[in-house]
Design a protein around this ligand. Structure first.
Ligand code: SF4
Length: 382
């Protein structure tokens, strides 16, 4: 297939849905005893709801939404730390638009901007580099955020800053990796998962082998998937077939984009610039060993935490911040609760008045439910 329409072909979708129904019946899954498949990536969550796949598949399949929205997994304390940097008078704080309205305990970057902080939206860390070149008397900080998909571009910007000898450019590094939180979820006895739809964009960078432990150590299937409806339906079918056949393998449905061993140029840039942090705090999961990346010593002058003595580099350590009263972001983010079961969904929390990042991020599960279901999904108030 060459064109996007071919990945949305209704006839092919019907055939896949029929095959999914057949295999689900062969497994014996029902609405009361469903097969629980976690789509890790927030982009997949949105695609499932945008195309109504959750309604179209056999009722014996339950989609569990995973922790693959990089903005959503940021804990409140981390948002506060970035506002602390942004509010310094010498700083121009640059960020992707997605992070502007994410609330911390001290408000959002947008609110910090309205209070006078110089916060600017950029489309690439290279835009932040250009700002640093044009403003040699200011400190330009880039909000480095995201999984392995965005990590290489931040690494390349740091390498470029080093080549140019820029001294007024730093990165507030919040880059994280997908495998450690999956291990944390699999180690949780409360999580009943039968298989995974693996992230397409992240896997483009890291390849498929970092997921081997899911099949080898936990006996669960994972299929790396694309983002079109037929991609997702085919991936779900591949997961179901493995479950029916008693197999646990890592398969690649998105082979047209995802190389088995990832992208060597991106992986080399990541290895050159970053090393694993001992641990990193995730919303809803707490500190997870080796799940975040920090800037290596040789590039430490480009590390905003070190330069400003904030976050993990703060002299007195970090202060965790509890989620707001009644907010269930952590439970939703880790697939323990559906967005509609949060008492705040559609009441205290809407896209206009978000309480949590999951309602404002373009990859957040609550935003997906609200965008494609809206107020009709609200559970009656008790
Ligand atoms: S509805 Fe709002 S408060 Fe509840 S989990 Fe979603 S983002 Fe968090």
């Amino acid at each position: 297939m060459k064109y996007v329409e071919e990945f949305r072909d209704p006839k092919a979708a019907k055939a896949l849905l029929a095959a999914i129904a057949r295999v689900t019946d062969q497994i014996g899954a029902t609405r009361d005893h469903p097969v629980r498949i976690m789509e890790i990536c927030g982009g997949h969550t949105h695609a499932i709801f945008r195309y109504g796949l959750d309604k179209l598949v056999h009722e014996g399949i339950e989609f569990i939404h995973g922790p693959g929205c990089p903005v959503c997994v940021l804990p409140m304390a981390r948002v506060d730390e970035c506002i602390e940097i942004a509010e310094r008078p010498e700083v121009i704080f640059t960020t992707f638009g997605d992070a502007m309205r994410v609330p911390g305990a001290k408000g959002s970057l947008l609110q910090a901007k309205s209070r006078g902080a110089d916060v600017r939206t950029v489309y690439s860390p290279l835009d932040a580099l250009e700002l640093a070149r044009r403003n040699p008397d200011r400190e330009v900080v880039f909000f480095g955020l995201g999984f392995e998909t965005t990590t290489p571009s931040t690494a390349l910007s740091i390498q470029q800053a080093a080549r140019e000898g820029l001294t007024n450019f730093t990165v507030f590094c919040n880059h994280i990796t997908v495998p450690p939180p999956l291990k944390a979820l699999l180690d949780d006895p409360m999580m009943q998962l039968d298989g995974f739809v693996g992230p397409g964009h992240v896997s483009m960078v890291i390849g498929v082998h970092p997921y081997d432990f899911i099949a080898d150590d936990y006996g669960k299937p994972l299929v790396v998937a694309g983002f079109e409806p037929l991609d997702l339906l085919q991936s779900v079918l591949m997961v179901l077939e493995q479950i029916r056949d008693g197999r646990a393998e890592i398969e690649n449905q998105y082979a047209r984009v995802v190389p088995e061993h990832g992208n060597p140029v991106s992986l080399a840039a990541i290895a050159d610039v970053y090393e694993p942090r001992p641990s990193f705090e995730w919303r809803g999961l707490g500190e997870i060993d080796a799940s975040g990346l920090r800037i290596r010593d040789r590039y430490l002058v480009y590390d905003a935490e070190t330069k400003f003595g904030i976050g993990y580099a703060a002299a007195g350590g970090r202060t965790p911040v509890a989620e707001p009263e009644g907010c269930s972001c952590g439970a939703v983010m880790t697939g323990r609760m559906k967005p509609t079961a949060c008492a705040q969904f559609g009441r205290g929390c809407t896209p206009d008045t978000p309480l949590g990042a999951l309602m404002v991020s373009s990859e957040g599960a609550c935003a997906a439910y609200w965008t494609y279901g809206g107020a009709r999904l609200m559970e009656p108030a008790e």
